[in-house]
Design a protein around this ligand. Structure first.
Ligand code: FRU
Length: 474
């Protein structure tokens, strides 16, 4: 049986061995979702960056294929994207039906943008002989090109991270790029650099509208310390991005947990899906796992939700498990300061869902292991915040790790909670994914109990249910 090491995720993509970080080159093509990623084929630390490769038919079960792009005389292979060049706009393919083109950063004496193409569904790649296609302009941090087709202006558009701002470029053929505009210098970047941008065009729930969203990953000074992903909503006219938010507004975090970074979306899909690296640069190099390090989040479907005139990102986890093992309890009332405890199988990965009817101000859940460790979520409507406690288990590998991870409820009463607990992570989705927090945990034992507790007032729950999810590796 594969992947049985302690803390080895059973629901999340990990490589068989060695280091990974950012997801790269996400593209759907001829029945497969491609997941490339920053990969060190020679060890368990961040070095020798290659692109590793995996594919999936359902965004949930993955097959690993090994190295796709390896370093060359221009440098190692940093993050980037891939597109389906279905009309052979690049002219790189013999057939008019084109193929896959990857756009990535060469990290050498300087950072420059290069391309490669694949005629065999991403299994092998030919680097373009005229690389780099965007040479360096003396900007130190100049990387992570994310390319998509802009239908209105009928051109390819690239968003590129440049330290404290984003640059936009356009191209008719993925080879010749024209600088369009810059965005963001006046917006807060604090002490970190901007990385891994993405430009999304998302449907607004309960309307026929679609709106533009600019995604930015920032390394350092996230809401709970370290790296994190934030976003701007606004408009994009094929040349410039105009944000709805002003530089004085509070930043909108896509995931306020400690362990969701460098998230980008799949190209060439009808709906929009993305995935993030489930780690934080503060301690990514020392998380206590081997021979792999580390995991991707679950893939998530994206949309927007309008609240009080402001647009919020909404994320729905993709779980393609046909398990029928759902356990469900209806109409549960938990008295003030009491706890309702449910035993679950100790081999399980669990998808827990709670919907509540009472207007409780403070309540929560905890995941308890057979060694008595508790990982607790407290929801506090009064302070419009939640806190996830992960001060248990193995925490001594980094002083930045054992945080109380806090997040905002965005003024929403939490009616629905979904928690996906895997061997070494908890992904929390509040109110159907309007508030998300992804966090690593390293319990010494196995989670065997789910507990729901009420604080000060009774908690009325109309449904508690959970599903024991199968390992994706069996
Ligand atoms: C983000 C990042 C990218 C870079 C890559 C290097 O996590 O720093 O900006 O391309 O990782 O591995």
């Amino acid at each position: 049986m594969l992947y049985q090491e302690k803390h080895r995720p059973q629901l999340h993509f990990t490589p068989k061995e060695n280091w990974i970080n950012d997801p790269n080159g996400l593209v759907y093509y001829e029945g497969e979702y491609h997941l490339f990623y920053q990969y060190n084929p020679h060890g368990n630390d961040h070095a020798n960056m290659n692109w590793g490769h995996a594919t999936s038919k359902d965004l949930y079960h993955w097959e690993e294929h090994g190295v796709a792009l390896a370093p060359d005389e221009l440098g190692t292979i940093f993050s980037g994207s891939a597109v389906a060049d279905k009309n052979n706009t690049s002219g790189l393919f013999e057939s008019d039906s084109g193929g896959l083109v990857a756009i990535f950063t060469h990290d050498g004496a300087s950072q420059q943008q290069s391309i490669a193409y694949s005629e065999d569904k991403g299994r092998t790649w030919i680097k373009y002989e005229g690389n780099p296609v965007i040479p360096n302009t003396e900007i130190k941090d100049f990387r992570d090109p994310k390319v998509s087709w802009h239908e209105e202006s009928k051109q390819w558009v690239m968003v590129l991270a440049c330290g404290d701002h984003i640059q936009f470029y356009s191209s008719p053929n993925l080879i010749d790029w024209t600088y369009l505009s810059s965005f963001g210098k006046e917006y807060p970047s604090y002490i970190g650099v901007w990385e891994c941008p993405d430009l999304l065009y998302l449907p607004v729930e309960d309307s026929s509208k679609k709106e533009w969203v600019l995604i930015v990953s920032i390394n350092a000074d996230g809401p709970n310390g370290g790296s994190a992903v934030y976003y701007f909503t606004g408009s994009f006219d094929g040349k410039e991005f105009h944000p709805n938010e002003t530089p004085k507004d509070e930043l909108k975090w896509a995931d306020a947990g400690k362990d969701f970074y460098a998230a980008v979306s799949w190209d060439n899909t009808k709906d929009t899906y993305w995935i993030g690296w489930m780690n934080n640069w503060q301690y990514a190099g020392v998380v206590p796992v081997s021979p792999w390090r580390s995991a991707m989040s679950l893939a998530r479907k994206l949309s927007l939700f309008e609240k009080d005139g402001s647009l919020l990102l909404k994320q729905e986890a993709i779980i393609a498990d046909n398990s029928k093992e759902e356990v469900s309890y209806k109409d549960v009332t938990i008295q003030p300061d009491e706890t309702e405890s449910y035993e679950i199988s100790n081999t399980a990965q669990v998808d827990l869902q709670i919907s509540k009817t009472s207007n409780s101000t403070k309540w929560g859940v905890q995941f308890v292991t057979d060694q008595g460790e508790a990982f607790r979520l407290v929801i506090d409507k009064q302070s419009d915040a939640y806190t996830f406690y992960r001060n248990e288990g193995i925490i001594d590998f980094s002083e930045d790790f054992p945080e109380e991870v806090k997040g905002s409820l965005n003024g929403l009463d939490v009616q629905a909670l979904k928690a996906i607990v895997d061997k070494s992570s908890v992904e929390l989705f509040l109110n159907d994914g309007l508030t998300v927090s992804t966090n690593l945990i390293y319990p010494k034992g196995a989670v065997t109990k789910l507990e729901i507790f009420a604080v000060n007032e009774a908690l009325k729950v109309d449904n508690v249910s959970w599903t024991n999810l199968h390992s994706i590796w069996k």
